[in-house]
Ligand binder design. Structure first.
Ligand code: B16
Length: 220
């Protein structure tokens, strides 16, 4: 067995570092209301970590639109979303995130973010954590989104570390799947019904220290 050493932690953004899910919900809801489509908070849960295009498909509930119309709908939703993220501040980091990032840096671990969002760079900037992030993979970085491992592997390459040296923190089932497919260890945040396939399951990052997310078996 080759012993591994953790060198990097790769965080999902929405639902892990901040709760932009609520803002995505408000933006999709406004679009849905304008288009006469039913869309609830419960429906929004299904869009966690899901790409903009797939989210639209879900929202349309089988209604067919041309690719040009789809682009126009997505761009309208994105305009609403961008109006809302302008108001984000460091106070919108979820509990426990700021101290955990500080402690990870003190422990000489690299920090990266892997997000399906094309707005991730602006969100990170407004949350005030851009200077703590060594690499960012976002909705523009790769073709295939999670559950494919591509985004995580892209981020690991940017960091110059191997998959076995990475720990992923994600709150979506597709994110857990992607991490396992990438050969990375993974911490799932949320109910076991959603993230139970992860190596460690935590409710959230409140009160969590590096040792809590790095204390995993050395071989899988
Ligand atoms: P955008 P994550 C995801 O972020 C969101 O969870 C998902 O709801 C959103 O549709 C997706 O980003 C794309 O976002 O429309 O801003 O490009 O969880 O991967 O950080």
């Amino acid at each position: 067995m080759i012993p591994w050493a953790t060198r990097a932690v790769i965080f999902d953004l929405d639902g892990v570092l901040t709760d932009t899910a609520e803002l995505h919900f408000q933006a999709w809801k406004r679009l849905a209301d304008e288009e006469g489509l039913a869309f609830t908070r419960e429906d929004n849960e299904r869009l966690r970590g899901v790409s903009r295009h797939q989210s639209l498909e879900f929202l349309l509930q089988g209604r067919t639109v041309s690719e040009v119309e789809a682009e126009a709908l997505m761009s309208r939703k994105n305009k609403y979303y961008q109006q809302m993220i302008r108001r984000l501040t460091p106070a919108d980091l979820l509990p426990g995130v700021a101290p955990l990032l500080t402690e990870l840096r003190q422990a000489n671990l690299k920090i990266a973010i892997a997000s399906a969002s094309r707005n991730a760079d602006e969100v990170i900037e407004r949350l005030g954590i851009a200077d703590q992030v060594d690499a960012l993979g976002d909705g523009n970085s790769v073709e295939r989104q999670r559950p494919a491992p591509d985004l995580l592997l892209h981020v690991a390459r940017q960091l110059g570390v191997s998959p076995e040296q990475c720990v992923v923190v994600d709150d979506a089932a597709a994110g857990i799947e992607a991490a396992l497919a990438a050969g990375m260890r993974v911490v799932g945040l949320g109910p076991a019904s959603r993230v139970g396939n992860a190596d460690i399951v935590l409710a959230n990052l409140d009160g969590i220290h590096p040792e809590d997310i790095l204390a995993m078996k050395s071989e899988k």
